[in-house]
Ligand binder design. Structure first.
Ligand SMILES: [Zn+2]
Length: 180
């Protein structure tokens, strides 16, 4: 539960970007708040609103029962607050319900934010000699059976598993230095 709680703020943010390139363009052009909600995919808006409601209601339970100042309704603040009281929460009779709700939320948000459960993140130029490809990290959801990896756009043989990321980062860095 701690893991999913920590991930929720990122999932919450990524549900917005998952709404597609058109929506992103509209948001960037307009500074009006209404544009953001209008352009957001309705399913994403729903998941985001339930993340806020669920986190706020569990934070409310903690602050009521422990006589604490309730946190603000910002998602990262709520998640941090619950994280700080996780030991207390796991001993609470409602712990099972909370774990289930958080797990469902995280799953729904993940499906929306990363429809193929893969996120592509640009990493840099491929460090293999004579390769002009670009590297992308394929970040999979943590419950996916395939490991996350970095793959070159030109050659599928140029791929690095998660465990090699540190070494690869050094190679990219060195190669960049040589090209400069
Ligand atoms: Zn390559």
């Amino acid at each position: 539960m701690t893991h999913e709680l920590r991930n929720l703020p990122t999932l919450y943010a990524d549900c917005n970007t998952g709404a597609g390139p058109d929506a992103v363009r509209v948001i960037k052009k307009s500074h009006k708040k209404s544009a953001t909600s209008d352009s957001m995919n309705p399913a994403a808006a729903e998941v985001r609103s339930s993340i806020r409601t669920v986190l706020a209601s569990w934070a409310g339970l903690v602050s009521d029962e422990r006589r604490l100042q309730p946190p603000s309704r910002e998602i990262p603040t709520l998640a941090r607050f619950l994280g700080r009281h996780i030991q207390w929460l796991t001993r609470h009779p409602a712990a099972g319900d909370m774990a289930e709700e958080i797990r469902d939320l995280a799953r729904n948000a993940r499906n929306l934010a990363y429809p193929n459960s893969v996120r592509r993140v640009p990493v840099g130029s491929c460090p293999e000699s004579d390769c002009a490809g670009e590297l992308f990290a394929h970040i999979r959801a943590h419950d996916d059976l395939h490991p996350s990896e970095i793959i070159c756009t030109l050659s599928p043989c140029h791929s690095w598993p998660v465990t090699c990321w540190a070494r690869l980062a050094r190679q990219i860095h060195i190669r960049k230095g040589e090209r400069a």
